[in-house]
Design a protein around this ligand. Structure first.
Ligand code: IMP
Ligand code: MG
Length: 182
């Protein structure tokens, strides 16, 4: 698995620093609010579990899943499906969506539209990674919290996959292009 990584973009230490910084901001910003963290499966699972442990204010968690990448493709498909929904009535909650990567932005924008339609107290998003070079020009959504801006390369690890593999790497790295072009 390690042989398939071209370069480490975020070390374990750097990830933990990001997690602590963002959790600190959330602890301030959501003090006295009714916070519900929504983890977007599966890519955000590592980020969510580290982040929630650094959040010291009361909050609840839930999970959602949306699909925009199909099979082994590394290019975003146009269609976004919600394949698993949350279980809460969110009208009383301040929603913070936890994402792994903000790429074209279509998946997150669609998710946000669905959640906004359910009239929560507020809705915002937090993404570990941001790949602004790949943003779809039609996407207007802005992140409230960003871990790190990354270059336009396909990255894996710390939850992020290629063809469902590499999620268990403890760091984020650039996948060697020959892995997905062969
Ligand atoms: P978007 O709709 O293009 O913003 O992409 C949404 C989803 O695509 C993310 O939540 C990831 O699951 C996946 N994705 C985008 N870029 C990458 C990448 O570089 N590595 C792994 N997954 C990615
Ligand atoms: Mg994802």
């Amino acid at each position: 698995m390690l042989n398939d990584i071209q370069e480490i973009l975020l070390s374990e230490e750097e990830i933990q620093n990001i997690v602590k910084r963002i959790a600190g901001q959330i602890n301030e910003d959501y003090k006295g609010k009714n916070l519900l963290l929504i983890c977007v499966l599966k890519g955000s699972v590592c980020f969510m579990s580290d982040l929630m442990k650094e959040i010291t204010i009361p909050c609840k968690i839930d999970f959602m899943s949306a699909k925009s990448y199909y099979g082994a493709s590394t290019a975003t498909a146009g269609v976004v499906n919600i394949t698993k929904d949350i279980t809460y009535d969110i009208s009383d909650y301040d929603i913070l969506v936890i994402e792994d990567i903000f790429d074209s932005g279509k998946t997150l924008e669609k998710l946000m539209m669905v959640l906004e339609g359910r009239n929560p107290q507020s809705v915002a998003c937090c993404s570990l990674l941001d790949k602004p070079e790949r943003r779809d020009p039609n996407v207007k959504l802005k992140l409230k919290y960003t871990g790190k801006t990354v270059p336009d390369a396909f990255v894996v690890g710390y939850g992020l996959d290629y063809n469902e593999f590499y999620r268990n790497l403890p760091f984020v790295g650039i996948l060697k292009p020959e892995v997905y072009t062969k």
